[in-house]
Write a protein that binds this ligand. Structure first.
Ligand code: Q0Z
Length: 299
């Protein structure tokens, strides 16, 4: 009578809930430098789940979503088995019931700033996703307009950038255009809201799927794990801004002398506490809600 695990990611799990539904569970695990650390970050799973639900609600007029419920009282009874000794209370707030979608074979990335692989490409060819950009842009500069830069899920971890025409080959012209327009508008709205709270959403990745033939927002939405969040006051073009959420972990690991080969050294308790605090702050600032009001949060 246990829920079947259908997919296990680095920091979350997906279970078959029957009736065309899935249970998506965000853990408190954190990854840095491509490895998962041993120490959980308290409330991280709740923050990511609450943020996703916030954005799905904010964007509901733009697109339907896969979300059925985040209310622990409405989850299948077997979900309690995933909550450890605390039972349902152990997963409350970090598990959502969703409708199974026919996922587009695309990672729908939108970039508003020049970071990561976008900055790398610009350095090599003064373009982003093959489209020429103005000369003289610096690392972390804001782009003139947000750009849709789709990729495909490559084998293990690293994704492969694809052109818009290749996206069209994968899903058809109408679907590719719809996906692009939806994602760019969703990014614009979320980035504008976050900017008013002093947080820059440099880029983000959406996963879309078809539900009843309609394009729907699926998976996690505008979370720190699917996006680059930067503290606006530390943004300086020409430098690589710190990550709003993971920087304490990265800084400590960098200073630990670790050779970046697994296993990573154990994180000190103060780094864990500081990081947990960053996630909570990100949620409370960006979404304008208290985490204590979310399911299962300590208060
Ligand atoms: C999401 C993923 C996770 C590992 C598949 N509504 C949906 N319908 C069908 N498939 C998915 C969804 Cl969200 C789906 N992923 C990503 C989630 C653990 C991987 F919780 N894979």
């Amino acid at each position: 009578m246990s829920l079947q695990l259908v997919h296990s990611g680095k920091v979350r799990e997906l279970y078959d809930a029957g009736d065309g539904q899935l249970l998506m569970v965000a853990s408190d695990r954190i990854s840095a430098f491509d490895v998962v650390l041993a120490e959980p970050i308290p409330d991280k799973g709740r923050v990511l789940t609450a943020m996703t639900v916030h954005w799905l609600d904010e964007l509901a007029d733009l697109a339907p979503s896969h979300l059925v419920t985040a209310d622990p009282a409405e989850l299948p009874a077997e979900a309690a088995e995933l909550g450890g000794p605390a039972g349902m209370a152990g997963i409350a707030g970090r598990a959502v019931l969703v409708r199974r979608a026919e996922m587009l074979p695309l990672e729908c990335i939108v970039r508003g700033y020049l970071a990561g692989s976008g900055w790398k490409e610009y350095g090599q060819s003064r373009s982003l996703h093959g489209t020429p950009l103005p000369a003289g842009l610096e690392q972390a500069d804001r782009l003139p307009e947000p750009v849709f830069t789709p990729s495909t899920k490559a084998t293990e971890g690293h994704d492969l950038n694809i052109s818009f025409d290749e996206a069209v080959d994968l899903v058809g012209k109408e679907m590719a255009e719809k996906a692009r327009d939806l994602c760019v508008e969703a990014y614009r709205r979320a980035a504008a809201a976050a900017e008013r709270t002093g947080i820059i959403v440099a880029d983000t990745k959406f996963e879309l799927g078809l539900i009843d033939g309609e394009l729907a927002l699926c998976d996690e939405v505008l979370t720190p794990d699917s996006s680059r969040f930067w503290p606006a006051e530390q943004w300086r073009p020409g430098t690589s801004p710190p990550s709003f959420d993971k920087q304490p972990v990265r800084d400590w690991l960098e200073g630990s002398g670790w050779d970046k080969q697994p296993p990573p050294p154990p994180l000190p308790a103060d780094v864990v506490a500081q990081t947990s605090e960053r996630y909570t702050t990100a949620y409370e600032r960006i979404c304008g809600r208290r985490l204590a009001d979310w399911y299962g949060a300590a208060g």
